[in-house]
Design a protein around this ligand. Structure first.
Ligand code: UD1
Length: 418
């Protein structure tokens, strides 16, 4: 079991480089299934989830070569692939569900175990399934698997999502690339990860317009070809560094950070008292006083990302003033507040609202990471606690933050992995 040991008190300063986005890289890897031949994904993050996705693609018949020295993976997809994603892998990796669209449209059949993944709420699949059903798939669940079939192939449809779900937009978009006719996804997710995936599909020969808007239109083509694509930089990791700078009264230059993908979080940091400037290859966050508290409501992009909610709660926990953080995307995401309470934070949760009264400093104690982002949030909390904090279940952090302990150490923090 991986643990992180953090001694609080350091002001983080220096330069960090942000790798490719987890939530993009995994989807790009899954999408290679759409075309026989060798596709290459570059700017790959060195995280555990990439290995799980590689294992899943290998079991489907692909030859996968990860070259972490070059931060890239090549995936050779055979003409014949199988269609079953087993529970032992899917339970480790929520993004496994992203093989559903590619398999269904290319092999006309998919059997994907119902995902587990992060423990952050219900995370249904109904939008994915409704969309694919409207395109002609027959879908049912059996023994813990989603079984989808489209013996005559999929047909384009006009689909309106109840909520701009990232995963459902991605599965429907990938399925539509090889469907007959035109698919229109209304109320589509606008996250940069969805745009990145769409651009890879276009490089493979797909016909897609409207990426980054509420309405994405896909015209099916007969086949796609392999392609090479660089993963976009991870905006959540970049945002985590930005909060780390503000909370520790530090000064961090975030290379490869895309400030344009973090407009609202950076606005909140400025409201909290930080100075944010753009640099040649990224941006810089500097803070020289105790942060002021900020109210935040999470929303789909371009709203404040739910994945940075633990970071903003932690900032508010040590800020000057009281604040309200509202979670609108995942209902279970306040679980990590219980851990923060162990560090002395003053937070009360009512439904999807958390009311926070800032205190000067948190008090170190053993805590446990409940998911990737909660884990990173707890590391930040430990940095502003007095004494030594042990964070159990650190494997969650490894799933999303490449070389986290090493990068923190380079910025001056006292962090070790046990
Ligand atoms: C992705 C990200 C995750 C991020 C989230 C929102 C990956 C691997 N994960 O998750 O880090 O926090 O986007 O930005 O990319 N929902 C349904 N039915 C569905 C689909 C979703 O009810 O069929 C609900 C979910 O339970 C959740 C909300 O919709 O409450 C948003 O989910 P969604 O946008 O689909 O998130 P993911 O793609 O799972």
């Amino acid at each position: 079991m991986e643990r992180f040991r953090v001694v609080g008190g350091a002001r983080l300063s220096g330069v960090v480089k942000v790798a490719g986005a987890k939530n993009s890289a995994l989807k790009l890897m899954a999408a290679t299934l759409l075309a026989p031949g060798k596709s290459t994904i570059t700017n790959l993050p060195n995280i555990a989830d990439v290995e799980y996705m590689a294992e899943l693609l290998t079991r489907l018949g692909c030859t996968v070569k990860i070259d972490m020295a070059q931060s890239q993976v090549s995936i050779d997809v055979p003409e014949q692939i199988t269609y079953r994603a087993d529970y032992d892998l899917v339970r480790k990796l929520r993004a496994s569900i992203n093989v559903l669209g590619p398999l269904l449209t290319r092999v006309k059949k998919a059997e994907v175990a119902l995902p587990g993944g992060d423990a952050i709420g219900s995370r249904g699949l109904d939008f994915h399934i409704d969309g694919l059903t409207q395109m002609g798939a027959q879908v049912h669940s059996e023994h813990g698997y989603v079984i989808a079939e489209a013996p005559n192939g999929l047909t384009g449809a006009a689909i309106t999502l109840d909520f701009p779900s990232v995963g459902a937009t991605e599965n429907i978009m990938t399925a539509a690339t090889l469907a007959k006719g035109v698919t229109v996804i209304d109320n589509a997710a606008r996250e940069p990860d969805v745009v990145d995936l769409g651009e890879f599909l276009i490089a493979m020969g797909a016909k897609i317009s409207g990426l980054g808007s509420h309405t994405i239109e896909i015209t099916g083509v007969a086949n796609l070809k392999p392609a090479t694509h660089a993963t976009l930089p991870d905006r959540i990791v970049a945002g985590t560094w930005a909060f780390a700078a503000a909370m520790t009264r530090g000064d961090i230059t975030i290379e490869n950070g895309r400030a344009d993908h973090l407009e609202l979080p950076l606005d909140k940091l400025v409201a909290a008292g930080a100075v944010v400037t753009t640099t040649k290859g990224g941006f810089r966050v500097k803070m020289d006083r105790r942060p002021s508290s900020v109210d935040v409501a999470t929303l789909p992009y371009p709203g404040f990302p739910t994945d940075l909610q633990p970071m903003v709660i932690t900032l508010n926990a040590i800020a000057d003033g009281t604040s309200l953080v509202t979670e609108n995307v995942f209902e279970g995401r306040f679980m990590f507040v219980n851990e923060l309470l162990r560090l002395g934070a003053k937070i009360s949760v009512d439904g999807h609202h958390a009311a926070i009264t800032g205190i000067e400093q948190l008090s170190a104690a053993p805590v446990a990471a409940t998911d990737i982002r909660a884990g990173a949030g707890l590391v930040l909390a430990a940095l502003v606690s007095d004494g030594e904090t042990i964070i159990e279940d650190g494997f969650h952090i490894d799933r999303g933050y490449p070389d986290f302990a090493k990068q923190l150490t380079q910025l001056g923090a006292d962090v070790t992995r046990i």
